[in-house]
Ligand binder design. Structure first.
Ligand SMILES: Cc1cc2nc3c(=O)[nH]c(=O)nc-3n(C[C@H](O)[C@H](O)[C@H](O)COP(=O)(O)OP(=O)(O)OC[C@H]3O[C@@H](n4cnc5c(N)ncnc54)[C@H](O)[C@@H]3O)c2cc1C
Length: 285
């Protein structure tokens, strides 16, 4: 289908983008890589009056280390993330997840900010953001704020972003030294999106007890979630195959499983348990 008519404006700075959104009187929409928005426009599932293109806003791109966090500009593309040395050194699990997104064209254009702002339940990065204690940096009419990932994702395609706000960056907490991490997904065979995706990180203390564990899951529910029941079961324990199997059975406890033409809620529950078990085996055994 052909999108409904809209006007198109380019912003050259964050402040200008916010002003242009404000001037759109609730009819404005940010466009970054366009790989989620353009399909929606073509299906007329969204009909904005104005597209505010932030593609030229240089201050939104790049990766930098700030203390114990890695800060990635919202407009940083997947391709830039997988080839960035700081990401490779400090957050290999992010690069591992990003490599599994779409195809080379999608990774050339798609942005980390677009992925998180879009909040598609089947996207790969929301679960990774939750597992890495991400803070979403938002700039709006009234100034800047940082929102924890768990308060940012509110539902399918729904986030804490206001209509006139911009996601400017996402900062990830660097896991403690010695942490092992992985992101595994059961990809939909046609679209490649996650039917289930599990990001797991874990570290052990000098006595071999689990001292740090994070599990973020996307794909199976209406929105990504942290599998806190799994984490609580593991924390302080000596990892064994039996313990991991028991903990993985709790993977669906912290969310309502979704059901659609691709997969029933029962099947999604099963996938969340199986992929959590596989991921935990990789990081704990
Ligand atoms: C063929 C194909 C396969 C794909 N496969 C996968 C996959 O396997 N896994 C996966 O996770 N994703 C997948 N995607 C989606 C892709 O990752 C998108 O790039 C991503 O979801 C959105 O990023 P974008 O930069 O393209 O955002 P856009 O499409 O430009 O924007 C998406 C939404 O986010 C908003 N937005 C964007 N940036 C900002 C910002 N800085 N501040 C506020 N709002 C903003 C827009 O207004 C819009 O509502 C696929 C897409 C395609 C076309």
């Amino acid at each position: 289908m052909i999108p409904s008519a809209f006007s198109y404006v380019q912003a050259s700075s964050v402040q200008e983008a916010i002003r242009l959104l404000k001037e759109s009187n609730g009819e404005g929409k940010v466009i970054a890589g366009g790989h989620s928005l353009i399909p929606l426009l073509k299906f007329r599932l969204t009909t904005p009056g104005t597209l505010v293109d932030i593609g030229q806003v240089a201050e939104l791109r790049g990766v930098r280390k700030e203390g114990n966090r890695l800060v990635i500009g919202a407009l940083t593309t997947y391709r830039q993330i997988v080839s960035d040395p700081l990401v490779a050194e400090h957050l290999p699990v992010l690069a591992q997840a990003v490599r599994q997104i779409g195809d080379i064209q999608v990774r050339n254009r798609g942005t980390i900010g677009g992925n998180l702002a879009h909040a598609d339940p089947a996207a790969d990065l929301p679960g990774v953001a939750l597992a890495l204690d991400a803070m979403l940096e938002i700039q709006g009419e009234d100034g800047a704020e940082a929102v924890e990932a768990e308060s940012f994702f509110l539902g399918p395609l729904i986030t804490a972003l206001a209509e006139t706000s911009l996601l400017t960056a996402v900062s990830f907490l660097l896991p403690p030294p010695g942490t092992k991490s992985t992101y595994l997904k059961y990809a939909h065979p046609a679209s490649g999106y996650a039917v289930a995706g599990v990001c797991a990180l874990a570290a052990a203390d000098a006595h071999g007890r689990i001292s740090y564990v994070r599990v973020g899951i996307n794909g199976v529910g209406d929105m990504a979630y942290r599998a806190r029941s799994v984490e609580e079961k593991l924390l302080g324990q000596i990892p064994t195959a039996d313990l991991i199997a028991e903990a993985a059975l709790l993977a669906a406890e912290d969310a309502e499983m979704g059901s659609d033409m691709f997969a029933s809620a029962e099947y999604r529950r099963h996938l969340s348990e199986v992929y959590t078990q596989k991921a935990l085996q990789q990081v704990l055994l």
